[in-house]
Design a protein around this ligand. Structure first.
Ligand code: ATP
Ligand code: MG
Ligand code: MG
Length: 140
């Protein structure tokens, strides 16, 4: 089995473009695609101690919805492509950088949900281009 192609998805328009590019590329390369969404909130609650009701919090539901949406975008674009999802807890740049050790390619969008309007490239993509363990594609 070929090493998977990983795509970071945060629900943004640019991340959507990254999914479509990654799905096409994975189909051509005959490699499995893994859609990853990093979810930050519980990272903080871990430090602050247990928070009642976190299991059914809207934030967790939203994180699940986002990663499922990424999956559906990929399968919709490339029917028959093997697509897995991975919902991880932590900061996206660090988590994706770590996961890149087991990937053949890492795909991200130029920008995401946050950041200033005038920013040329988001901090996650910037960090990954410099620190990932596999080649990185920043989709424009
Ligand atoms: P910033 O977050 O630095 O304020 P931004 O949100 O515009 O600015 P990034 O977060 O770097 O830019 O987003 C660029 C790409 O990184 C996204 O298109 C997506 O592919 C990936 N990405 C960002 N956040 C996440 C996340 N939480 N989980 C997975 N991938 C992510
Ligand atoms: Mg962001
Ligand atoms: Mg960011």
């Amino acid at each position: 089995q070929r090493k998977p192609i990983i795509v970071g998805y945060d629900g943004s328009d640019d991340a959507r473009k990254a999914i479509l590019w990654a799905a096409r590329y994975a189909a051509v390369a005959d490699a499995p695609l893994v859609v990853v969404h990093a979810w930050i909130w519980p990272y903080f609650t871990e430090k602050l101690g247990p928070v009642a009701g976190i299991e059914d919090s809207g934030l967790r539901r939203e994180a699940r919805r986002i990663v499922a949406e990424g999956h559906d975008l990929a399968v919709g674009a490339e029917p028959g492509l093997q697509v897995r999802t991975h919902l991880i807890i932590g900061f996206p740049a660090g988590m994706l950088s770590r996961l890149s050790a087991g990937a053949s390619l890492l795909v991200v969008g130029t920008r995401g949900l946050g950041g200033f309007a005038g920013l040329l490239i988001g901090s996650v993509s910037f960090h990954l281009a410099a620190s990932a363990s596999c080649p990185v594609v920043v989709v424009r």
